[in-house]
Design a protein around this ligand. Structure first.
Ligand code: FES
Ligand SMILES: [Fe+2]
Length: 369
């Protein structure tokens, strides 16, 4: 049932809807970009060079030299300038050409600049605003309060996943897929309690009970901190999981039974890299509440990491299989039956950029795959 209607009633194929560029997207981890270095990244087929000058100023530019279009990330940082690897043209952090080294003194460099992108750092990530730069100031970065709280430890994930970003939104929102994780999670039976939606978001609340006979030790460790640290009590005797797509981000929060404190929060975003947006770089921050026994977190950490990596590996394999099926058939033949998912698909279609509104296509071989 590929047919989905947009607001005007015409049908759209969700897997051809481009992500909305007028948001902040992480393209790299801060720790991977030291002063004096560059990184080549991509957003939806646009090559972007991230750089940090010698004094530490962060910048993001179109990753093509204005001279002969070779990638600027192959160049070098000299002081506060980026110098192309080929003929050594110099750029400032706004993309302006400041010097063509082999022209006689006093001659003006070409006026053409390379595009510069608004960029910021937060949560240990480098965020770029790939859309209309005039909108950047009005659009907030995501709000992730647990990240800076001393009560939580943060684990980073960053993976290339070869599927359209919408498959990942659907995967996380649809807890009915726990069958996929049965070897890791035991016989978990999630039940959706309710969902709500509003401008730019949809949020579902699930309850679930672990199979007490065979829980995976990793899943128990994940909720250890909140289980023992709180005094708040409620009537609830089941674990509560809230999954929210706050376009274009996604947040999953787990509250253990009888506890109102966040045990685990996963913040995730899936950043398309190629022009057709069939490949994305997924960034995840998993914030785990520290257990009350000092030092226990360091013992538990490798187990938690191993467990979450394995869960994610299963999700990655299945969504990549979905993308391959789509590619073989050339259309989205999903027969979605879960009302929550139908609403989520509608949200993703409305917030994204429909094929007819996508701008002139970037060239094919631009290194972004
Ligand atoms: S291609 Fe960059 S300086 Fe010539
Ligand atoms: Fe999953």
């Amino acid at each position: 049932m590929s047919a989905m209607n947009d607001r005007s009633g015409s049908t759209i194929d969700l897997r051809r809807v481009a992500i909305n560029p007028d948001y902040w997207y992480p393209l790299a981890r801060s720790k991977d970009l030291k002063p004096g270095k560059t990184i080549g990244a991509c957003f939806g087929g646009e090559p972007i060079v991230l750089g940090r000058t010698s004094s530490g100023v962060l910048f993001a530019l179109e990753d093509r030299c204005a001279h002969r279009q070779v990638p600027l990330h192959m160049g070098v940082i000299e002081g506060e300038s980026l110098r192309c690897a080929y003929h050594g043209w110099c750029y400032d952090t706004t993309g302006k050409i400041t010097r063509v080294p082999y022209l006689p003194k006093g001659s003006l460099p070409p006026r053409r600049t390379v595009r510069s992108y608004p960029c910021k750092e937060a949560y240990g990530l480098i965020f770029v605003f790939p859309g209309d730069p005039k909108k950047a100031e009005k659009v907030s970065l995501p709000d992730i309060p647990e990240w800076s709280s001393p009560e939580y430890f943060t684990m980073y994930f960053s993976r290339t996943v070869r599927c359209h970003y919408t498959f990942l939104h659907e995967n996380l929102m649809d807890m009915n897929h726990q069958f996929l994780h049965r070897r890791l999670m035991g016989n978990v039976q999630p039940v959706m309690l309710s969902f709500e939606q509003g401008e730019g978001y949809i949020e579902a609340r699930y309850k679930f009970r672990h199979d007490r006979e065979q829980p995976h030790v990793g899943s128990r460790f994940l909720v250890l901190g909140a289980r023992q640290a709180t005094k708040a009590r409620s009537e609830r005797d089941f674990e509560l999981m809230v999954v929210r797509t706050q376009y274009p981000y996604q947040v999953l929060t787990v509250y253990p039974a009888q506890v109102e404190t966040t045990a685990v929060k996963l913040w995730a975003v899936y950043v398309p890299t190629d022009r057709e947006q069939r490949v994305n770089r997924s960034f995840g921050l998993l914030m785990v509440r520290k257990p009350p026994i000092p030092g226990l977190i360091y013992l538990a950490w490798p187990i938690m990491r191993y467990f979450t990596e394995r869960v994610f590996r299963q999700d990655k394999a299945i969504v990549e299989a979905e993308q391959r099926a789509y590619d073989q058939q050339g259309a989205d033949l999903n027969q979605e039956v879960f009302p929550l998912l139908l609403k989520l698909r509608q949200l993703l279609a409305e917030k994204g950029v429909a094929p007819e509104h996508q701008l002139a296509q970037a060239p094919l071989s631009n290194g972004c795959v």
